[in-house]
Design a protein around this ligand. Structure first.
Ligand SMILES: C[S@@+](CC[C@H](N)C(=O)[O-])C[C@H]1O[C@@H](n2cnc3c(N)ncnc32)[C@H](O)[C@@H]1O
Length: 239
């Protein structure tokens, strides 16, 4: 199959209502990591590597879930600040337990409630924003709204790293689209999406894209940058 054939394939509609997300993930929380560990680890490592994260940076993770990215971030950025937010209390509780096990400094690494549509932060305060497997459950009409919110909280020159399920070029990648078609909750309401164009349309520079497949599960990793540079201003999160 030619790349253009699958990149032009239409994205399936979102089938998890925004109001139902926290309720759904309350029940998914205890089993979330089973599939995630099997099919997403490679994409996470690719993303954190691509982000160029360096020690001392301020990081916001939106939709932190059970915190599977925390150990990767803490390893590269032990002296930086990290805030993880999510709308599902039960996912956050699991993330808290993982954070404690990671041994990261609790004065630097914190978790709390927060909605991607309306982040509880001032503008331009984070060096890096991480977001994994969240846009793939949102309606396409909301991509721009949330990307604008991400852009708002990043400082000029700040990086945005995003991972999502994506349609793959091979026939076996379509298994996942079929599972979603049959019963979206089996995939936590996630289907394959492509976010590159929406990111560009939201005024972000798309620096790098990677396609990662693990056990047939296709993920897209995007590294974007908020235009501008701001090296002089000591922002709220730096000590
Ligand atoms: C598939 S899980 C992914 C969790 C984590 N990012 C990971 O990669 O393992 C999706 C997560 O997105 C969260 N979520 C969905 N919509 C959200 C929103 N508007 N704001 C914050 N979190 C949201 C859910 O509560 C859930 O924890």
């Amino acid at each position: 199959m030619r790349t253009s054939e699958y990149t032009e394939r239409p994205i399936q509609p979102a089938r998890l209502e925004r109001e139902a997300v926290a309720r759904t993930y309350h029940w998914i929380a205890p089993v979330h990591d089973i599939l995630a560990r099997i099919v997403e680890g490679k994409a996470r490592r690719t993303a954190v590597g691509m982000s160029g994260l360096s020690n001392g940076e301020s990081v916001l993770e939106v939709a932190v879930g059970t915190g599977l990215n925390i150990p990767l971030v803490a390893q590269l950025n032990p002296k930086g600040r990290y805030i993880g937010v999510d709308i599902t209390p039960r996912m956050l509780r699991r993330a808290r337990r993982r954070l404690a096990r990671t041994g990261a400094d609790p004065n630097r690494y914190t978790l709390g409630p927060g909605d991607a549509y309306n982040l509880p932060f001032e503008e331009a305060i984070f060096d890096v924003l991480i977001n994994s497997y969240m846009f793939d459950m949102l309606p396409q009409k909301d991509f721009a709204v949330v990307l604008r919110e991400f852009r708002r909280v990043l400082r000029p020159g700040g990086r945005l790293i995003m991972i999502n399920m994506t349609p793959g070029p091979r026939l076996y990648h379509q298994i996942w689209e079929q599972i979603y078609r049959l019963h979206p909750p089996l995939l936590g309401g996630c289907r394959g999406i492509r976010l590159g164009q929406a990111a560009r349309d939201s005024g972000l520079q798309l620096l790098r894209e990677a396609f990662v497949s693990q056990w047939t599960f296709p993920s897209e990793v995007l590294l974007c940058r908020k235009p501008g540079s701001d090296t002089s201003v000591p922002h709220a999160l730096r000590d």
